[in-house]
Design a protein around this ligand. Sequence first.
Ligand code: FAD
Length: 318
Amino acid sequence: MKVIEHLEANKGKTLFSFELIPPLKGESIKSIFDAIDPLMEFKPPFIDVTYHREEYVYKLRENGFLERKVTRKRPGTVGICAAIMNRYHVDAVPHIICGGFTKEETENALIDLHFLGVENVLALRGDAVKSEGAFVPEKEGHSHAINLIHQLVDMNKGNFLDDELAVSEPTNFCIGIAGYPEKHFESPNLLSDLRYLKQKVEAGAEYIVTQMFFDNQKYFEFVETCRKMDIHVPIIPGLKPITTKNHLNILPRIFHIDLPQDLVEAVEGCKNNQDIVQVGVDWAIQQSKELMAYGVPCLHFYTMGKSGATQKIAAALF
Ligand code: FAD
């Protein structure tokens, strides 16, 4: 079933969903199942699985020269989605990124997903390769998420890259996209970012999942501005519980978001990590309760592969 159909079928109710990251290459899929098992009692209708692009690693050779190797540290998104659907009978939402892929490679990945019965995709541009300063599209790839949406919409109409195909069965993907209540970091301002967001919706995106935020006011203002700009698709809030002191610096650096001072002080005042987890859980529960009262269609949790804190939050809410 499509994400949008789940939201429609449960109108007036707030659903629970979450995101997982594939394990590091070489590790077992068991870590994914271990993260999902404690969350199944809260009946997630869909589970997102992130996509991780390739990275460059440098190895020192005997001759003293550095050799550059390209490696994907967290492969497996497509296989994990199929495994989730098979084992738990819930829908999986693979994240598909533009970075590192030609249009042809993307088309082939989407055909794999279609054949596996996956009906949802979160269409993203992806970030720059870690060692590069800015996002560089592949020569035959997409430069922005909107180009990927065009490709998905074309495939949903049965239009593939090779327009001379004798047979071309249409795919049936529901397309989600990312939104940034505190603006995407490359964007000159929020209005510019929202204009591109609107273009993505007009191109065929059916729902938005937000970047994590810790101050609900930012989400409320984002939704209200979107509505004023005639962006009317569901906007699912993304939430992340703080679980370590490092998050105070890591989350703003990686995700370009602000943390409220009250939260920062509460974390800084903790004597041990257990207390920090409790502060993070309590904060997310308060955020969630307010968002539910506002009428959000779904609460989407960024678990980063560890579901303990999300389990505590969900137990208090669902
Ligand atoms: P775009 O929509 O292409 O926007 C990127 C920037 O370009 C923005 O500043 C935007 O304003 C601007 N822009 C948009 N369209 C145009 C245009 N046509 N012309 C000029 N400028 C334009 N990354 C991963 O690598 N893997 C994941 O699994 C993943 N999952 C994510 C899930 C969520 C819910 C979120 C919020 C982010 C996720 N990301 C993931 C991160 C995401 O890939 C990055 O934030 C990336 O930098 C931007 O992706 P986008 O899809 O928003 O890009």
